[in-house]
Design a protein around this ligand. Sequence first.
Ligand SMILES: NC(=O)c1ccc[n+]([C@@H]2O[C@H](COP(=O)([O-])OP(=O)(O)OC[C@H]3O[C@@H](n4cnc5c(N)ncnc54)[C@H](OP(=O)(O)O)[C@@H]3O)[C@@H](O)[C@H]2O)c1
Length: 259
Amino acid sequence: MDVRLDGKVAIVTGGSRGIGQAIAEEFIRSGAEGVVITSRRAENVEQAAAEIAESTGAADRIEAVVARADDRDQADTTIAHAVERFGAADILVNNAGTNPAAGPLVDVDLGAVEKTWAVNQMGPLMWSQAAWHGWMKDNGGVILNMGSVGGLRPGPMIGAYNISKAALIYMTHQLAMELAPTVRVNALAPAVVKTRLSAMLWQGNPEGAAAMHPMNRLGEVEDVAAAATFLASDQASWITGVVFPVDGGQDGASTLPLG
Ligand SMILES: NC(=O)c1ccc[n+]([C@@H]2O[C@H](COP(=O)([O-])OP(=O)(O)OC[C@H]3O[C@@H](n4cnc5c(N)ncnc54)[C@H](OP(=O)(O)O)[C@@H]3O)[C@@H](O)[C@H]2O)c1
């Protein structure tokens, strides 16, 4: 099976590094007509677009846009920009995420919790609304939400983050029901993938962190990008409302507690 995105236009929030950048690059390699990546900082998102342009040789199919993940107006303008620049907004990847609130919930800083939930849960709702009204309700499409194994069951240290991901996963099921058959809505649930966001979970003891996964290694951003490309493609056209683990076996092949 050849997983292709020929002719599709995608928006990937949080595309300036890590998993989002890898997804954008894989979408281009799979034939996407255009990919818009977003982040808060022009220098970051423009640098990522330049790297993707260089590695794929497709500078005309990648576009950098500065937009906050928790801002509905900026979601609207970004979707409109994708339609104007590339002619469509077929795929939305709600990938941007943050985790400033560590520690036990009873003592966690409430301002940091609000920020976490705004970016990780309210943001994807805002961008899904924008994509629906700006393109998908008339033309169909695919929404992919970046959940986490932490959204499937509780784990130590990052409870506020885990709650935001649990809400995002529930929202995935809800929107899949509401938007079918026009739009498919699925979530990915990665375990520990080597990025800046997760560094506190693995940098001190990479071997120990790897051993928490039955496949005995940490995830690479390309592992998540491959799964995202399949779920975004027409090959997954009968798949909606699922939470797809990309986790080295943590969920399905392990009795270890999820981190
Ligand atoms: N890495 C893991 O182990 C792991 C596991 C499970 C789930 N995830 C999820 O995967 C997604 C990507 O994470 P990652 O590990 O690739 O993290 P990362 O390397 O830290 O990248 C996060 C991206 O989000 C952007 N971003 C952060 N806050 C934003 C905001 N308010 N508005 C717009 N953009 C914002 C960042 O760009 P700027 O800083 O340039 O704005 C960056 O492009 C997140 O949703 C995360 O929760 C990660």
